[in-house]
Design a protein around this ligand. Structure first.
Ligand code: ADP
Ligand code: MG
Length: 319
């Protein structure tokens, strides 16, 4: 099978609304809605670094797109288009069928059209570019947090990191049902797209938790020129982890791969934000402060908790 057969067999799709020209030409042509800004983001997943080489290919197709949709969610953007750059060691029909199945199921769920990509041979690597749109000047940006804003987070934190920590499961692993729930979160993350859209008129700043809560909140803090306090006891998580907070601070506050949204909003928006809970659970976890500083994690007595490494950094070992 040559490159063109591969694209035709696994990745060809009908063009949809907002797409003037899809796969098959030198470039795709998109048609954004009137008075909208276009958002563009790219994320790369490398075998052995971001996923285990033996991962279920359907889960991988899902996750590769989900992490990109999560970036759109964090901006308050409506995702519309995606490009897929695929580097494959070989053509494996079962693998590609399952991968495309996972990818397109999620794409359909969110109305995203695959408009192009690139296919090369080499060590398994996936790079997805996603594009979305939002009405002009309504995007949720990292620099827009205000002093005294509440800090909120969606869903539950630390599950994906717990699954990663116990892969493969050893003697200290959590019970099988807990580990299974955590693995599902690691492998099949749900991008919070509906929440991101609903937050446009309510939130000031927003980020998705991909590298760990304190590291990601740290980006809002730095870009906004403010400080933040986060309450360890308030962090929402799985009941098994909630009973063992002190032993799992690393997963809760610095664990990556959750793809929840962390956002700041004024206190007067509390009621409207609480009303979004049917979309997904939302928890108030801290507060922004005026003077430029850092994001601090506090225990119930108000003491600082040091978490050492506050998030994942690919180049942290490099001098
Ligand atoms: P070019 O040589 O102009 O880069 P390619 O031969 O790489 O074109 O690709 C041909 C068409 O197939 C292009 O429209 C490209 O966007 C699309 N394409 C290539 N690889 C993929 C892929 N993995 N997924 C979706 N579309 C792809
Ligand atoms: Mg090409």
């Amino acid at each position: 099978m040559n490159e063109f057969d591969l694209i035709r067999r696994y990745f060809n799709v009908e063009t949809a609304d907002h797409t003037e020209l899809g796969i098959g030409d030198d470039a795709a042509i998109v048609r954004p809605s009137p008075d909208c800004d276009v958002h563009v983001a790219v994320d790369t997943l490398v075998s052995g670094r971001h996923f285990f080489a033996d991962v279920d290919p359907a889960a991988l197709g899902h996750k590769a797109l989900a992490v990109n949709l999560s970036d759109m969610a964090a901006m308050g953007a409506q995702p519309r288009w995606a490009l897929l750059a695929l580097t494959l060691p070989r053509v494996d029909d079962r693998w590609l069928t399952a991968f495309a199945g996972g990818f397109f199921a999620l794409a359909r769920q969110y109305g995203v059209t695959l408009i192009g990509g690139d296919t090369t041979r080499g060590p398994l690597t996936l790079s997805i570019t996603v594009m979305g749109e939002s009405p002009r000047a309504t995007a949720l940006c990292r620099h827009a947090a205000q002093p005294d804003d509440d800090i909120w987070v969606s869903g539950q934190l630390g599950l994906a990191a717990l699954a990663l920590k116990h892969h493969p499961p050893g003697p200290s692993a959590p019970p099988a049902d807990v580990l299974a729930a955590c693995r599902r979160r690691l492998e099949w993350p749900s991008p919070r797209v509906a929440l991101g859209l609903a937050l446009r008129p309510l939130a000031h700043a927003c980020i998705d938790v991909s590298d760990g809560l304190m590291a990601d909140l740290g980006h809002i803090v730095a870009r906004s020129g403010l400080a933040a306090e986060v309450w360890l006891d308030a962090l929402p998580t799985h009941p098994w982890l909630a009973d063992r907070r002190a032993q799992h601070i690393d997963c809760l506050a610095a664990g990556g791969d959750d793809y929840e949204l962390c956002f700041t909003a004024p206190a007067h928006a509390r009621g409207a934000i609480a009303a979004l809970t049917p979309t997904c659970p939302l928890t108030r976890i801290g507060r922004m402060h005026a003077a430029p500083g850092t994001a601090r994690l506090l225990d119930s007595a108000g003491n600082d908790i040091s978490i050492g490494r506050s998030g994942f950094d690919h180049f942290q070992d490099q001098a």
